[in-house]
Design a protein around this ligand. Structure first.
Ligand code: PBG
Length: 330
């Protein structure tokens, strides 16, 4: 083998900041960020979430003020998640398609007052079921796939009717994208976009979120292993994405974020479709805790994780840090 050194000195391109800036391959922009927002009933109400310092549940009026502020900072999208009162929960999550439900009212009021921010709504039953699962439970405690799809279709349609820009099925039932797309078409919602959580893993990093939407107690000792993917697998993710694209997804999501960038990279190589990543609640809580204990520089560490996500092939990132990052960028 011929020796390259000293003909090639890779450090030559690292030795001052203008050169590093000029050759940089990936940058983070405000256009890349989506902020999750937890919605509760009430007026002028906020609640702290113990496991997610800095994040609040908020009533619709407060959320509208927050989204207006985020828009001034340059946000492109917000992802809405409801925390539903216990009395509305049942096995089939029927409150999910109540046309006067919390989410439906939230979407309508936000769309009425705010333009040019993509409103994304979660499609899944876990905030609405009394057992905390994303689907309907059968007699043997199995999750009923096809029966669940029927409810998801109703939920999707009810959000579309309220004018949501993007619906985001996060439930991992087989075949739901086709059923949802079919019903959107049939009802002439040609422009409602589907962001499919295609590669969603049964992860231990969702704990704080389950606390935020109030499903953690109901879920108890049970888990979501029979529908969310096994984190030991990669091929399964490719099949999920393949299937969702063929069923009519517009954008696909990989979730969680940082430990799953090999999946993003693989999907980015294989498919011509936009990819979003979800930096999930446990990832947020982890960085917060480390920063609080002065183990790392919060701002620098967060920006690094987000750039790494872009490097892996993500077009946009859902992150609880979106607002902070927008403020840091100002
Ligand atoms: C549920 C849903 C979850 C998240 C988004 N939608 C949790 C779960 O699957 O249990 C997790 C988001 C996060 O942890 O930040 N449909």
């Amino acid at each position: 083998m011929k020796k390259n050194f000293p003909n090639i000195r890779l450090r030559r391109l690292r030795n001052n900041s203008p050169i590093r800036n000029l050759i940089r391959e990936n940058i983070l922009s405000p256009h890349d960020l989506i902020q999750p927002i937890f919605i509760i009933e009430g007026k002028n109400k906020t609640e702290k979430i113990k496991s997610m310092p800095g994040i609040l549940r908020m009533s619709i009026d407060v959320a509208i003020k927050e989204i207006k502020l985020l828009k001034k900072l340059g946000i492109q999208g917000v992802a809405l998640f409801p925390s539903i009162e216990k009395k509305y929960k049942n096995n089939a999550g029927t409150e999910s398609f109540n046309e006067d439900g919390l989410m439906q009212r939230a979407i309508r009021s936000i769309k009425k007052t705010i333009s040019n921010v993509a409103i994304i709504s979660d499609i899944a039953l876990d905030p609405y079921t009394d057992h905390g699962q994303d689907g309907i439970l059968g007699n043997n405690k199995q999750i009923l796939n096809d029966e669940t799809i029927e409810v998801l279709v109703k939920q999707s349609l009810s959000h579309a009717e309220c004018g949501v820009d993007i619906i985001a099925p996060s439930d991992m039932m087989d075949g739901r994208i086709r059923a949802i797309r079919k019903s959107l078409e049939k009802n002439k919602f040609f422009d409602t976009k589907i962001l499919s959580y295609s590669a969603k893993y049964s992860s231990n990093f969702y704990g704080p979120f389950r606390d935020a939407v109030g499903s953690v107690k109901n879920l108890g000792e049970s888990n979501k292993d029979t529908y969310q993917m096994d984190f030991s697998n990669k091929k399964d993710a490719v099949r999920e994405v393949e299937m969702d694209i063929s069923e009519g997804a517009d954008i696909i999501m990989v979730k969680p974020g940082l430990p799953y960038l090999d999946i993003v990279s693989k999907i980015n190589d294989k498919f011509n479709i936009p990819i979003f990543i979800y930096q999930v609640s446990g990832e947020y809580a982890m960085i917060k805790a480390a920063a609080k204990n002065k183990c790392l520089d919060e701002k620098k560490a967060v920006l690094e994780t987000l750039i790494c996500m872009k490097r892996s092939g993500a077009n946009a990132i859902i992150t609880y840090y979106a607002k902070d990052v927008l403020q840091w960028m100002k």
